[in-house]
Design a protein around this ligand. Structure first.
Ligand SMILES: O=P(O)(O)OC[C@H]1O[C@H](OP(=O)(O)OP(=O)(O)O)[C@H](O)[C@@H]1O
Ligand SMILES: Nc1ncnc2[nH]cnc12
Length: 177
């Protein structure tokens, strides 16, 4: 497994950059805005390396969920020299190989992946946030549908009280909010 030196202070610094916007995108939601973290080079390096270090199994490729998951999956893949596979919302890939429809809080959606994700590949699945867990559960199922091996699931932050930990219990998070 690949590990980078990281310390609690650096993770705490990255956590401190998350901005909370009340009542966005709808009343009652505390939106956790990653934009300030993205703009900070030190925090981005810390997070990318820590996402790799917390993976508990060997992996061949990093997969990220559209859209915010792409950012961290791409950065994490680059720091460890692995490729990145985008998991896209339906209709965005010119050559989808696998599709998985899933229910969301309001309606339905589907995720797709291209043939670059080959059967037998060991995947580190990355997203920015674990909230209700619906997105990562669907992403994980899509990986298995493609015949890939889910080596580990990692997020930058877990939002407590929304049930995601129950839905995708194997997820590793750098910090909780
Ligand atoms: O655990 P869940 O309840 O599924 O929520 C987490 C998902 O919600 C956000 O994505 P969103 O669908 O808002 O898309 P975006 O990345 O394009 O902003 C976030 O980036 C996660 O993918
Ligand atoms: N509260 C929240 N803040 C930011 N992204 C989210 N995705 C799902 N819930 C979210």
């Amino acid at each position: 497994m690949i590990t980078f030196p990281s310390d609690a202070d650096s993770i705490a610094y990255a956590r401190s950059l998350i901005r909370t916007i009340a009542d966005y995108p709808k009343p009652g939601v505390q939106f956790r805005d990653i934009t300030p973290l993205l703009a900070d080079g030190q925090a981005m390096q810390t997070v990318a390396e820590a996402l790799i270090s917390q993976a508990n199994s060997e992996f061949d490729v990093v997969a990220g969920v559209e859209a915010r998951g792409f950012i961290f999956a791409g950065a994490a893949a680059a720091v460890c020299g692995r490729g990145m596979v985008p998991i896209r919302k339906q209709g965005k890939l010119p050559m989808p190989a696998h599709r998985l429809a899933y229910d969301k809080e309001y309606g339905h959606d589907a995720l797709e992946v291209s043939p670059e994700l080959e059967a037998g590949m060991r995947v580190l699945l990355i997203d920015d946030i674990l909230a209700t867990g619906g997105t990562l559960k669907a992403g994980a199922e899509l990986m298995r549908l493609a015949g890939a091996e889910l080596a580990s699931i990692g997020v930058v932050m877990e939002l407590q009280g929304l049930g995601g930990r129950t839905v995708v219990p194997e997820t590793k998070a750098l910090f909780s909010l």
